[in-house]
Design a protein around this ligand. Structure first.
Ligand code: GLY
Length: 375
């Protein structure tokens, strides 16, 4: 284990203990003036803080972290009683809370919650289009019945877990069908991705591809690429469908090539080349997610490729630690500077983001020989 990896873990532990006292069982999302702004438990990011607590607990066994993580999980229970309050992010939210808790402690209540979440996610499947519907209407007149987004790939592991846990193949089969739909409609020839595809909910035909959180429809939102690297790798882990592995590799190569020697990625790899710096925001969260994806990808490929992906994943985490970590600033609650949440809505630009922090923690814990993945 390298010195920088040990230092990075110490930094993570120190911040997490301080944040446990300050944030407690809340749902942080992005940082303003050094402090995390809290969201409702309904927001898609609800699982990331408890996920950090569980990852640190894995090594420290500090009971106070476990108790806070379980309090967060309980605070999310009302959502599971109302199908109109949950969307496809059920995967993100209950993987890092209930699945994590069950895998670590065997908590039977957590197992039930996670299975309920998997059932609710499965119920969003559209059989004509073979996709899991992303969102409910945000506003009264929205029609989101056919919307699918790239991020959905990270919501599939709770379905794969449910099949393993119950022996019922339905969850896994349905997740694989969704992954195939995403593969054939989102991944471009060059390895970049579309963020959002809209299908006709009645026929399943593609209606439109849109820019989503990217700069425009043909741009390459870097966090979306990162979700694809990790998401397709995870689908390969559970299905052994080699098309998933190839998709992960294709996007990984696009991502690595577009780092262009930078320490951490820009929020979109295909920004206008008019010399303007007004669009050129960083997104450290994309780097952290991609790094975790690359580390896992390295486990499923031949020797030489394995070295390429493992080195790139490790390097990315090292650069994030050296360039973005908020070391030496105990007032700052975020772990990683330079995340960009939603450039197109001008929200959360160049700030710490809880999902960037989570994947940084996950990546460093894997480098420090922790074997358990919650996904
Ligand atoms: N849509 C989730 C994200 O910002 O990555």
């Amino acid at each position: 284990m390298n010195q920088w990896q040990q230092d990075a873990w110490k930094f993570i532990e120190q911040k997490t203990y301080i944040n446990n006292e300050r944030i407690g069982a809340g749902f942080p999302h992005s940082v303003k003036n050094k402090h995390y702004v809290l969201e409702s438990p309904q927001w898609w990011t609800a699982g990331f803080w408890p996920g950090i607590l569980w990852r640190v607990y894995l090594k420290s066994k500090n009971e106070s972290l476990r108790i806070t993580a379980e309090n967060c999980e309980e605070k999310m229970d009302y959502l599971l009683n109302d199908v109109e309050l949950v969307d496809h992010d059920l995967g993100f939210m209950w993987t890092l809370t209930s699945v994590a808790n069950y895998k670590i402690t065997g908590n039977s209540k957590s197992r039930k919650r996670a299975l309920l979440a998997a059932n609710l996610l499965m119920a969003r499947f559209n059989v004509k289009g073979n996709f899991i519907r992303a969102w409910n209407p945000w506003n009264k007149d929205d029609d989101n019945r056919g919307v699918v987004i790239m991020d959905s790939m990270m919501n599939l592991p709770i379905l794969y877990w449910a099949s393993e846990e119950t022996g019922d193949p339905r969850f896994r089969n349905l997740a694989e069908e969704h992954a195939k739909t995403v593969l054939s409609n989102f991944v471009r020839e060059d390895g970049s991705i579309y963020h959002t595809v809209i299908f006709d909910p009645e026929t399943g035909e593609v209606v439109e591809k849109t820019g989503g959180q990217g700069f425009d429809v043909n741009s390459a939102w870097s966090r979306g690429c990162a979700w694809a690297i990790y998401g397709f790798t995870l689908s390969y882990k559970y299905t052994k469908n080699v098309e998933m592995l190839n998709a992960a590799k294709k996007v990984a190569h696009y991502f690595m090539a577009n780092m262009q020697g930078k320490k951490y990625p820009l929020w979109d790899f295909r920004l206008p080349e008019d010399g303007s710096i007004k669009y050129r925001y960083p997104d450290s969260s994309a780097g952290a997610i991609a790094a975790c994806g690359l580390l896992l990808l390295s486990k499923y490929v031949s020797e030489f490729e394995a070295e390429l992906y493992a080195d790139e994943g490790e390097n990315m985490l090292k650069n994030l630690y050296l360039e973005c970590a908020t070391t030496g600033d105990l007032e700052e609650e975020g772990l990683l500077k330079h995340g960009t949440g939603h450039f197109m809505q001008q929200k959360n630009l160049d700030v710490p983001l809880i999902y960037g922090d989570y994947f940084f923690v996950e990546g460093i814990s894997i480098l420090n020989n922790e074997k358990m993945l919650f996904w």
